[in-house]
Design a binder for this molecule. Structure first.
Ligand SMILES: [Zn+2]
Length: 146
């Protein structure tokens, strides 16, 4: 990876960190907000969603910070699992990727086998929540991978 590419990668990673810290603040507001028209159940499920979103953002921010550290050490763009180069197209799509696509797939398959899926929302809540969040900007709600 050329030094020019590294500079671009660093800029993109720093921009992502900034974007995420802005999201932390927005999500914090969402949690404090308690409009009267929301019943307690929906409010609780919204808080759960907001908390899940924060957890996801924190995890993502950690990945971005680790990628910046790898960049400093000159290890950026190498898979931490198999040590092969991560494809430049993948790095463009996911600049904080720590693993190549093959390893990422392996790890995710492993996690799905070992970690039980999160409890799905109660059936009577699903239609409302789906309606509320479908098509929103929170594209990551359904999955953990960016
Ligand atoms: Zn790999």
């Amino acid at each position: 990876m050329s030094s020019a590419e590294q500079i671009v990668a660093k800029q993109r990673l720093l921009a992502k960190l900034q974007e995420l810290s802005w999201q932390f603040r927005r999500d914090g507001i969402a949690i404090d907000r308690a409009p009267d028209e929301l019943d307690e159940v929906q409010q609780a499920s919204e808080q759960e969603l907001a908390l899940a979103a924060i957890e996801r953002d924190v995890a993502l921010a950690n990945q971005v910070r680790l990628a910046l550290q790898r960049l400093e050490r000159g290890e950026y763009g190498k898979c931490i699992r198999c040590n092969k180069r991560i494809g430049s197209r993948r790095l463009k799509a996911v600049p904080w990727a720590s693993m190549c696509l093959t390893c990422q797939g392996d790890v995710e398959a492993e996690q799905q086998r070992t970690v039980p899926m999160a409890r799905p929302p109660a059936p009577e809540l699903s239609p409302r929540m789906n309606g509320r969040y479908a098509g929103s900007e929170q594209t990551g709600v359904k999955g953990l991978t960016p």
